[in-house]
Ligand binder design. Structure first.
Ligand SMILES: Nc1ncnc2c1ncn2[C@@H]1O[C@H](COP(=O)(O)OP(=O)(O)OP(=O)(O)O)[C@@H](O)[C@H]1O
Length: 454
């Protein structure tokens, strides 16, 4: 009997816990598994998939297997062969066969009263793909959705354009609505809120305005950076904020920046925003981008080949909205030409986007963007200065150049004031480590990546 026969389902449960349901479903669940005397063979569909599993997940699989196996650590081998078809239903992510599905933290939305809430019924936790980039934000959102007005008030979500802030906060709204259809919920974009204030002003209808906003159970306000320079709006929002928080009603806010970085917002507001919890959404990493593409294609009833998903995800890196746009193009191309979605078809469908993307990022562009971001001189990118306020941005610029261009380490060194390639390597490693341990650096790097790719 294999050393893993009885405990493989536990390994799967553990892997699902560590990877999250979406990545688990895409990468692990479809693997065909053969038990051997020493351990198991994992069968993958092609060489690229094999390499990916080996580089990203094999260590984790081995760790899980040796935790649950009795006796010697099992041997895990990977080989290419025919793979299982992926499960049709996205919800079918419970790892252990035959085990009842655990109570789900997320629920779908039925015919909700979306007219009054202004919520998009498709923005739910179920349709939101989870990865490192939004793990924390999603966990906080679920917590708030389960205990509105109690756990974190306000919940402030920030991150770059098109990264899923609206989707995340509306998932909270839809969740609360599903559980409590009587709750008075309102999603509003900050620009629309400004218009409401102007209208109330014109019609001398502030009492009504106040009565409405102060009576909500859940207020979701998107892109609050649009309040900048709108003093009357900020004042009204200040009153609404106080009234709702005092009554233990939940407020959820998004912005493209950290609250204290929004120049032009009154200090009394920014200080209140930090009363609850502030969480960031970062640009998605490669695996998450692939998972998003697969999930979106699945919803459109297309089966996307992993090679095609990789190709698109590797080239479209700026944000999820653009990723969705690229997928739509690929699907439309396949429909119009009546061709299956092959790698060549995807390349053809995206050729304009790919050409403009590859033109944009140059080392000069990176140096200028980073210098502007950290408010240092472009000349400092080439200088010998070693003070931290100069050296750190320079290291970040080098790491970005390595990531975004095809330049070799010596060529990058040359472009940064004739430095040795070992200095560049050191910079790349330092920044990579810091991104894992310092959330501020991770966020800044993510923002810069997004600026450079868009
Ligand atoms: N993790 C994700 N899983 C699935 N879809 C996502 C994810 N993140 C973003 N999207 C999709 O990407 C699109 C853009 O997301 P969204 O509008 O929420 O971004 P945003 O951060 O609010 O952007 P903006 O800053 O422009 O307001 C939406 O269609 C959304 O469903």
């Amino acid at each position: 009997m294999s050393v893993l026969e009885n405990c493989w389902p536990h390994c799967l449960t553990e892997l699902e816990r560590r990877l999250g349901a979406d990545q688990f479903r895409i990468w692990i669940k479809p693997l065909t598994v053969e038990m051997t005397d020493e351990g198991l063979n994992l069968i993958v569909p092609n060489q690229i998939f094999l390499q990916f599993i080996r580089d990203r997940y094999l260590g984790m699989i081995e760790e899980a297997a040796s935790t649950f196996a009795t006796g010697d650590a099992p041997v895990i081998a990977l080989r290419v062969g025919a793979m299982q078809r992926p499960a049709a239903a996205p919800q079918a992510s419970n790892a252990a066969e035959g085990k009842p599905a655990p109570a789900k933290a997320v629920i779908s939305v039925s015919a909700a009263n979306h007219e009054t809430t202004r919520l998009n019924p498709n923005f739910t936790f179920e349709t939101l793909v989870t990865g490192k980039a939004n793990q924390l934000a999603r966990a906080a959102a679920i917590q708030v959705a389960e205990n509105p007005g109690v756990s974190y008030n306000p919940l402030f979500v920030y991150g770059g354009v098109g990264l899923g802030k609206t989707h995340l906060i509306q998932s909270i709204g839809n969740y609360v609505h599903q559980r409590n259809p009587g709750a008075k919920i309102r999603y509003i974009h900050a620009e629309k809120y400004v218009q409401d204030v102007v209208r109330a002003y014109q019609h001398k209808a502030f009492d009504e305005f106040k009565r409405y906003y102060h009576s909500l159970d859940l207020l979701l306000i998107d892109d609050i950076q649009f309040f900048v320079g709108k003093d009357k709006t900020q004042e009204e929002f200040f009153y609404a904020f106080n009234a709702l928080v005092e009554a233990h009603k939940q407020i959820i806010i998004t912005s493209d920046r950290y609250p204290k970085e929004i120049d032009g917002l009154q200090e009394r507001l920014t200080s209140r925003f930090s009363w609850g919890l502030t969480v960031a959404i970062e640009p998605p990493e490669l695996e998450m981008r692939v998972a998003i593409l697969m999930k979106k294609a699945e919803r459109e009833n297309f089966k996307l080949d992993a090679n095609v998903a990789f190709f698109v995800a590797k080239h479209i890196r700026s944000n999820v909205r653009e990723l969705e746009g690229a997928l739509k193009r690929v699907l439309a191309y396949s429909r119009f030409t009546n061709q299956p979605i092959t790698l060549d078809a995807a390349k053809e469908a995206l050729k304009d986007i790919l050409a403009s993307g590859s033109r944009q990022v140059s080392v000069e562009n990176i140096q200028k963007t980073v210098a502007d971001f950290y408010k240092i001189k472009i000349a400092d990118m080439h200088s010998k200065k070693r003070t931290r306020d100069i050296a750190r941005p320079r290291q970040i610029a080098m790491a970005l150049t390595k990531e975004l261009t095809q330049m070799s380490l010596p060529a990058i060194g040359e472009a940064f004031g004739g430095r040795d390639h070992t200095t560049v390597l050191h910079a790349c490693r330092t920044i990579e480590e810091m991104r894992g341990s310092d959330s501020e650096i991770a966020h800044q790097y993510g923002v810069l990546l997004q600026m450079l790719r868009s």
